[in-house]
Design a binder for this molecule. Structure first.
Ligand SMILES: Cc1cc2nc3c(=O)[nH]c(=O)nc-3n(C[C@H](O)[C@H](O)[C@H](O)COP(=O)(O)OP(=O)(O)OC[C@H]3O[C@@H](n4cnc5c(N)ncnc54)[C@H](O)[C@@H]3O)c2cc1C
Length: 414
């Protein structure tokens, strides 16, 4: 039984498809989401179905793999069974838990109530609706002869990691492509984009030169980058920064990080500070070799004892490892060596023709070259030919026309 059809779970199921075992994949959604491109849905560059695929379609050629749409709400390790909120119970010989992570609020008051998260596809559509609704509301006020409240066109992004940087950069494109060109009664230069980060630099995991390059690129696009600025509280009317400064804003996009899925507490008593489940060198639950935990939920470590980052390639490599170890148990073939993550690099895009990328051992790219590398890699990693073709066409269209086609408002308000 594989819990979760994200980057981890899907790859386990695919690897096990040719092994003499029955596989059941359980996911709370009927689709797999390519999370690295969620921010493009949120900013109307891509549509939701460009970055998601039905799990059944992805796995349909694998006859030994079954799919259950269900939200797992408990795991009974003694009885070797999992239970879904819809009343389905499944017993297992081997269990792989790959349910990922959820948005972390770090205990900051108001985050859950007033900030817009960006962890799931519905989150991304909600952000898109909200931004477009703000433009429309400002337009109506202008048509009535009024002056829109500046907070209505102030967009605050919290978190200077790759997601925050990418959202802030794309919002600058949205301001230029939609607000300035199509809302003739609004002064687009009055729209304010603010990126707030508690550390004194963006993109913590990147080389200092690339961090600075990203900061300058954002500033050049008209984003106010507030470094060394923690958030104290969030309300409907805006953000209170540490020190008491108030930043009135109707839109607050929360890209400050994730914590592991709460289901982890059904597996062990003691989790890491960010809620991850400790695992051994083969990604098994200590003392429970039949239970493996991978991806964002797992507290796997590198040789120096540092927690591995919560990234797609980590989840994918862990998936291949646990599938290989299950295969070896079933077939009697030798098992894999202890798991070791091979870090091939990281990247983040800032907007049109601008990205930063660093690859092992010491290759760093920025600007147009970094952007082309970013585009190519994301296209290759997307699942399914149809999605790749759609995304390629959309990107080409957006690039050539400066347009953003995927901007239907699918519900009013938030
Ligand atoms: C906005 C954003 C941008 C990102 N950008 C990048 C990037 O550029 N590069 C990169 O490497 N990584 C990126 N990541 C991180 C990357 O997406 C994760 O590390 C990766 O998805 C982890 O894989 P996973 O299999 O552990 O979990 P996921 O891929 O999150 O999959 C978890 C699955 O479990 C399912 N699930 C959850 N709860 C339940 C339940 N109770 N019952 C049943 N099913 C359940 C979910 O529906 C989901 O399908 C990004 C993440 C986000 C949110």
């Amino acid at each position: 039984v594989v819990l979760g059809a994200g980057f981890g779970g899907l790859n386990v199921a695919k690897d096990l498809a040719d092994v003499p075992v029955d596989v059941v994949v359980v996911d709370a959604n009927n689709f797999h989401t390519f999370q690295p491109l969620l921010y493009q849905v949120a900013t109307a560059g891509l549509g939701p179905d460009d970055i998601a695929q039905p799990v059944r379609r992805i796995l349909r050629r694998h006859r030994s793999v079954d799919v259950v749409l269900g939200r797992v709400d408990s795991i009974d390790l003694e009885a070797r069974s999992v239970h879904t909120a819809e009343g389905v119970a499944l017993t297992y010989d081997h269990l792989v838990v790959a349910v990922g992570a959820v948005t972390a609020d770090y205990g900051i008051p108001g985050v859950n109530e007033h900030a817009l998260g960006l962890k799931t596809l519905p989150d991304a559509v909600r952000v898109r609706n909200h931004i477009l609704n703000c433009f429309e509301e400002a337009n109506r006020i202008a048509l009535r002869g009024g002056q829109p409240d500046p907070a209505l066109l102030t967009f605050v992004v919290v978190g200077g990691g790759p997601t925050g940087v990418e959202v802030a950069g794309e919002l600058a494109e949205v301001r230029r492509a939609i607000l300035a060109k199509e809302f003739r009664d609004i002064d687009a230069s009055g729209a304010r984009l603010v990126l707030v980060e508690a550390a004194d630099h963006l993109l913590r995991a990147f080389h200092p030169r690339l961090r600075e390059r990203a900061r300058r690129a954002l500033v050049a696009r008209g984003v106010e980058v507030r470094l060394g600025t923690a958030i104290e509280q969030i309300s409907e009317g805006g953000v209170v920064l540490a020190g008491g400064e108030e930043l009135p804003a109707r839109t607050l996009i929360w890209a400050a990080g994730v914590r592991a899925h709460p289901l982890g507490s059904s597996l062990v008593g003691e989790l890491t500070a960010d809620g991850r489940v400790p695992v051994d060198e083969h990604l098994c639950l200590p003392g429970r070799p039949e239970v493996r935990v991978i991806g964002d939920l797992a507290a796997a470590r590198d040789r120096r004892g540092r927690l591995l980052p919560q990234l797609a390639p980590v989840a994918i490599q862990e998936a291949h490892h646990v599938a290989a170890s299950i295969t070896s148990e079933v077939t009697g073939r030798p098992g894999p060596k202890p798991f070791q993550y091979r870090d091939r690099g990281i990247m983040a895009t800032i907007g049109r023709s601008e990205a930063v990328a660093q690859f092992r051992p010491n290759v760093r790219l920025s600007g147009f070259l970094g952007w082309v590398a970013w585009l190519g890699l994301h296209l290759i990693e997307l699942i399914g030919f149809r999605n790749r073709a759609n995304v390629l066409v959309n990107w080409a269209w957006n690039y050539l026309t400066y347009d953003r086609g995927a901007r239907l408002i699918l519900e009013n308000g938030r």
